[in-house]
Design a protein around this ligand. Structure first.
Ligand SMILES: Cc1cc2nc3c(=O)[nH]c(=O)nc-3n(C[C@H](O)[C@H](O)[C@H](O)COP(=O)(O)OP(=O)(O)OC[C@H]3O[C@@H](n4cnc5c(N)ncnc54)[C@H](O)[C@@H]3O)c2cc1C
Length: 380
């Protein structure tokens, strides 16, 4: 096992906010992007229960939440790393840290691997589990693409995913530090690319939160005419909200317009929404016209944020794009371009939603590749 970092598992320790959301009870190709259709075979061969059983056999008890997200029972990512690490030690796995592989050369009967410090070693089979471009402070994964291309593979266009979305909206800036529940939809050229429900966080020039991260997976590098539209009151129709506002106007005509949504929305979000409509905040709501009330209801149902692109790799949790799955044998994960080489995880053209789907893909392909490579070595 070769690792470019001074120690293994740096990224694993950071997953799930230090709790490691290691899989999800609702694994299905619909929760993945990229070559999701091709991934079906691997995902059905390695369901969540199987992964939990594998960890169970190492002594790690798992627990799941209402949304099917699976964590170690201790809610400590360190427990997952410890289980894997002690199993490696027991199995006598030879390791080298600070060994950043710089080149892989196929040779008779295997591969010659060289590190950036000039060390060399020979391996009969080689499993590439280099990860991707996301979160470079946790991994030196960007090197993997050069290695894989040198071995005859292609790599699709890469883009940060599960990342905040950048916006030029002044409204977002004035809401910095606030959060609210919403149904968020991603549009390009007026066409809806996807929709997610959850908590939205307003940052300095960016929108984030799990639902925004999931939508970022659909964006790729697209940045022209992209919008996020937030439905802040998804349980109600425009008509329902308008009737509510009219009733409020009747009951409390002296209420300042700035407080129009104070009974329905996060206070600050409601105030900024009213401000964005150009209403004077001090004006009594009794003076608002029926049309203005309808406009306010419409804005609460579809608050628009122009998007200028995904946040950079530093903020991303995964990489969209990678080696096409058509270049590997599914089930064994062996390369079709370079026999004896196996590909796993984020390096491949598949990434999942937030919720344990990405680590699941890493375990599933890792198990498949490990078992196939071991079998092939025994047969040699
Ligand atoms: C902050 C954060 C939180 C996340 N939380 C979750 C979560 O809770 N649940 C979930 O499902 N997913 C989560 N993810 C995504 C998940 O961690 C990744 O999808 C997953 O780790 C990918 O596994 P991998 O084995 O392909 O690559 P990685 O886990 O990135 O591992 C690749 C390893 O290979 C090493 N390496 C790369 N190139 C070389 C080289 N040339 N020589 C030697 N070593 C090399 C890297 O240093 C790294 O240690 C999170 C990601 C981040 C950044």
């Amino acid at each position: 096992m070769l690792e470019g970092n001074p120690r293994p598992g740096k990224k694993l320790l950071a997953t799930g906010n230090g709790r490691c959301n290691l899989t999800n009870l609702h694994i299905s190709p619909e929760r993945y992007h990229g070559d999701a259709e091709a991934a079906k075979a691997v995902l059905s061969a390695w369901p969540a229960r199987q992964i939990m059983e594998e960890f169970g056999s190492l002594g790690l008890i798992c627990t799941s939440d209402a949304e099917g997200r699976v964590y170690p029972n201790s809610l400590q990512a360190a427990a997952v790393l410890q289980a894997l690490w002690s199993a490696c030690e027991e199995a006598g796995v030879e390791t080298a840290w600070n060994f950043e592989v710089n080149s892989i050369t196929p040779e008779a009967g295997g591969f010659l691997l060289r590190s950036k410090n000039g060390e060399a070693l020979f391996a009969e089979k080689c499993i590439l589990a280099c990860g991707g471009m996301a979160s470079p402070k946790h991994s030196c994964g960007e090197k993997g693409y050069g290695l894989i291309k040198s071995l005859g593979h292609t790599v699709t266009e890469l883009a940060p995913a599960l990342t905040p979305l950048k916006t030029s909206s002044k409204l977002c800036r004035s809401l910095k530090g606030n959060r609210c529940k919403a149904k968020a939809a991603l549009y390009q050229n007026g066409e809806k690319l996807g929709e997610q429900q959850g908590e939205v966080l307003f940052g300095d020039g960016q929108l984030s939160g799990i639902c925004i991260f999931d939508l970022s997976s659909l964006l790729g590098k697209k940045s022209e005419k992209v919008e996020i539209r937030l439905d802040l009151l998804s349980r109600f129709s425009v008509q329902g909200i308008t009737s509510y506002l009219k009733q409020l106007q009747k009951n409390r005509p002296a209420l300042p317009a700035g407080e129009l949504f104070s009974g329905a929305l996060n206070l600050r979000v409601g105030q900024e929404l009213v401000k964005s409509l150009g209403f004077s905040r001090e004006m009594p709501i009794g003076e608002l016209s029926a049309r203005q009330l309808k406009c306010a209801a419409e804005a609460a149902k579809e608050l628009r944020f122009p998007i200028t692109g995904p946040s950079p790799w530093e903020s991303a949790q995964v990489t969209a794009g990678g080696v096409p799955l058509s270049e590997t044998e599914l089930f064994s994960m062996e390369s079709k371009k370079c026999p004896g080489l196996y590909l796993t995880g984020e390096l491949l053209n598949l990434h999942g939603d937030c919720g344990g789907f990405n680590l699941h893909w890493a375990w599933a392909t890792g198990m498949a590749a490990g078992q196939s490579a071991a079998k092939a070595c025994q047969a040699c």
